[in-house]
Structure formats: structure tokens, C-alpha cells
Design a protein around this ligand. Structure first.
Ligand code: ADP
Length: 398
């Protein structure tokens, strides 16, 4: 059984062909710089299959053209993406609004609703829709399923999802906290329950998804009760290029005093802030290299990142009251022992301790980094959003 998972961004498409049961990946790849001029020497498509990589370096004018090239590369590497060869296509969709709270079989009406939610996610949903439409045209006989990044947080308690702004305005414009990275938080918290050999319904968890985008969640008995991202993925933790929490008063202040348009403010906070805005780099490995050379702005960026992260951990400890596991995941969470150690430093009074040897062990599997006798287990669990999407899509079709 094979499911094709498609994650379509504004100028890129990430994809994976995998078996939803075993998780075995048959092929994967990335289409990048869609709609941009060709850059000699930089491929626009990288396709990995059967231990090899094939590159394509022609221009990719739009998403449909990108998928056509991908399907060609699949055919050349012997993978049949027609109805016989493919069980389902799973699409990652960023914003499900109030409407979508579980994986949903895609129909014309579903595509229309996802498109209508674009005002809530102008940077994401339009690209998701283009990816869905292209895949539906190219694979007319294959069932397609939308898996929403917001779904896991659909049931947030009112107190956690409500912004304290004028209630009528909020209702009129769909303003509430939706949360994102839900597929990852749900998958990782499920894996934690497996690793602990416990019933998820009995566990209270804090999950820290620290990638380029970053979010924290508090999960009680398998249900999310709080998360750091809000109406958009901009709220919460410090990220690669996003500011996370700021005083909302900064926005009108910038518009008045710096004369910035609303588009410029949006660009500033989403693309030129966070680690990049403070240090000039958004990649965590580069940040660590700069810190090692004594770069003061990189040091400050790191300190702000950790300070914000600890603030959320503290908040969720209090919200949950009893915590049974704290878990790090995604690029930074899985790979930076320094971040994990600093995020949880000096918390032994709360029963939270990181064992230095376990923390720095070179191990890719889900594992404990707290001592065996720790009151609160601390874990590193690799996320796998593609597998979670493939399983959700297969379950709907099956
Ligand atoms: P995305 O949100 O794009 O899916 P990822 O989860 O892949 O992001 O995380 C990307 C981040 O992980 C980058 O900032 C990258 O520098 C960081 N990262 C990857 N490997 C390491 C490593 N070995 N040490 C520190 N950070 C790492």
C-alpha cells in the first residue's frame, strides 16, 4: 500500500511516497523556487528514490508543472502513481478554521472551503489549494485527503482559545487561537505514550516542536489544552524568521512612526524577525557557529529563544498541574543537546532533570534524556508528519 503525501508551500512542494503501515519511504523529494527564474547550478527538483538522487534544473513556472516533473521522475524510477499504484494522496493543509477538525476526503466543496479560509492563512492556504488542484487533475482516480495542521487543537478549552479583544469583532472575523503543527504534536505525543508503555488518556504532556517554525503544546489525557501558536503561526516561541509573541502595540507604533504598510509589518514579523532578525541567521547550526566565534547578537538571539521557551514550559507546568512527560522534537529539538539542556536547566525542584550523557548520545531513535529515576521523564522523539498524514489519509480511504 502506497500513499503520496504532498506539502505544498508558496514556492515549494515537499513530497513523500510511503507505506502508511510500515512507514517505509519509497521515494521523496522537494520542488523549489516555483515561479522563479532558473538559477544555473541549483536544481529545482531533487528526487530521492531507491538510494539514488535525480535532479531536474529546468524552470518550474507553477505547482502543476512541478508535480508533472515529479510524476515523470516517479515513472522513470519505476513507481506507478495511477489508481492501481496509489492508495491515496494526503495533503498537508495549514488552516482548517472552525470547519475542519479531522482528516477530510477532498471534494470540490472541500477545496472551496479551504480556499475561503485563505484570509486566516494568506501565506499558506492558497498554496495548499493549488497543490490539491494540481494533484487532483494529474491523478483523477485517486482519493485525496486533506490533513489539517490546526485539527489537533480544535477542542482547545474556551479560556485557552479566546483572545481578550472585543467579542463581537472577534466572532465577526474568526479571531481565536487555532494552533498549528497539530499533526506533529499529536503524532509525537502518541509516540511518547508508546515509549512509556502508557495509555495516552492517562498522560499529561508538554511537547516542544522546535524546527524552523516552533510551537509548544500542553496535552491532557491525549487532548490538547493549550498551544503557543494562535490565529496564525506567528504567535508564541521565537522561530527562525518569526518573532513569536510581541506586544501588539508594536504594530500600530511601527505603522505610525516608521511609516510601514501593513504588508511591510507582516513581512517584518514573519520573514525578517526571530533568530534571523536578531542575529542575521535563521539556521540554528549557523547560530551556534556564530556564538562560538563570540558574536554578541547571536548570543542574545539564543538567550531570547531560550528565555521564551522556558516561559512556555513554566506556564504549561502550572496549567497541567501534573506532568508525565516533556518531549523535544523537530530539527532543533531533536538535534541540539544545548537547547534541551538550557531549556530545562535548574528545574530539579520540579522533578525535571536532563542527564548529560543521555542528552548528548548520538541516537536517532525515540529516547529518554532524563535519568532513569527522574520524577518527570524527558524525551527526544523524532517527529514524522508525513507518516501521520499518510496514516490519516489511508484510514479515511479504508
Ligand atoms: P521545518 O520547520 O522547516 O520543518 P526542521 O524541523 O527541519 O524545520 O528544523 C530546521 C531547524 O533545525 C534549522 O534551524 C536547523 O538549523 C536545525 N537543525 C538541524 N540539524 C541541527 C543540528 N544538528 N543542530 C542544531 N540544529 C539543527
Amino acid at each position: 500500500m502506497q500513499v503520496l503525501v504532498i506539502n505544498s508551500g508558496s514556492s515549494s512542494i515537499k513530497y513523500q511516497l510511503l507505506d502508511p503501515i510500515s512507514g517505509t519511504v519509497a521515494a521523496s523529494g522537494l520542488v523549489s523556487r516555483i515561479g522563479e527564474p532558473v538559477d544555473p547550478g541549483a536544481p529545482t527538483v531533487e528526487h530521492h528514490s531507491d538510494g539514488g538522487t535525480v535532479e531536474y534544473d529546468g524552470a518550474i513556472p507553477d505547482h502543476a508543472a512541478g508535480l508533472r516533473v515529479v510524476f515523470d521522475l516517479f515513472a522513470r524510477s519505476g513507481h506507478d502513481l495511477t489508481r492501481e499504484g496509489l492508495y491515496a494522496v494526503g495533503h498537508r493543509v495549514v488552516h482548517g478554521g472552525e470547519i475542519f477538525y479531522r482528516p477530510t476526503l477532498i471534494t470540490d466543496a472541500v477545496v472551496k472551503s479551504i480556499d475561503e479560509l485563505s484570509s486566516l492563512a494568506p501565506l499558506h492556504n492558497p498554496a495548499n489549494v493549488v497543490g490539491i488542484e494540481s494533484a487532483r487533475r494529474l491523478l483523477p482516480g485517486v482519493p485525496q485527503v486533506a490533513v489539517f495542521d490546526t485539527a489537533f487543537f480544535h477542542g482547545l478549552p474556551d479560556a485557552a482559545k479566546t483572545y481578550a479583544i472585543d467579542a463581537k469583532t472577534a466572532v465577526a472575523h474568526g479571531i481565536r487561537r487555532y494552533g498549528f503543527h497539530g499533526t506533529s504534536h499529536e503524532y509525537v505525543s502518541g509516540r511518547v505514550a508508546e515509549v512509556l508503555g502508557a495509555d495516552p488518556a492517562q498522560l499529561n504532556q508538554i511537547v516542544l516542536h522546535l524546527g524552523n517554525g516552533a510551537s509548544a503544546s500542553a496535552i491532557r489525557g491525549g487532548k490538547a489544552v493549550d498551544t503557543s501558536m494562535g490565529l496564525t503561526p506567528l504567535e508564541g516561541l521565537v522561530m527562525g524568521t518569526r518573532s513569536g509573541d510581541i506586544d501588539p502595540g508594536i504594530i500600530p507604533h511601527l505603522m505610525r512612526t516608521a511609516g510601514l504598510s501593513i504588508e511591510a509589518v507582516d513581512e517584518l514579523l514573519n520573514r525578517n524577525s526571530g533568530l534571523l532578525g536578531l542575529s542575521g541567521v535563521n539556521d540554528f547550526r549557523e547560530l551556534q557557529r556564530l556564538i562560538d566565534t563570540g558574536d554578541a547578537s547571536a548570543r542574545l538571539a539564543y538567550d531570547v529563544y531560550i528565555h521564551r521557551l522556558r516561559r512556555y514550559i513554566g506556564a504549561y507546568l502550572v496549567e497541567l498541574g501534573r506532568v508525565d512527560a516533556i518531549t523535544f522534537t523537530a530539527g532543533v529539538g531533536e538535534n541540539s543537546p544545548q537547547v534541551r539542556a538550557d531549556a530545562l536547566a535548574d528545574l530539579s525542584g520540579f522533578g525535571i532533570v536532563v542527564n548529560p550523557d543521555r542528552n548528548t548520545a548520538k541516537d536517532r531513535a525515540a529516547r529518554f534524556i532524563s535519568p532513569s529515576d527522574a520524577r518527570i521523564p524527558v524525551l527526544v522523539v523524532p517527529t514524522n508528519e508525513e507518516l501521520a498524514i499518510a496514516r490519516a489519509a489511508a484510514a479515511i480511504v479504508g
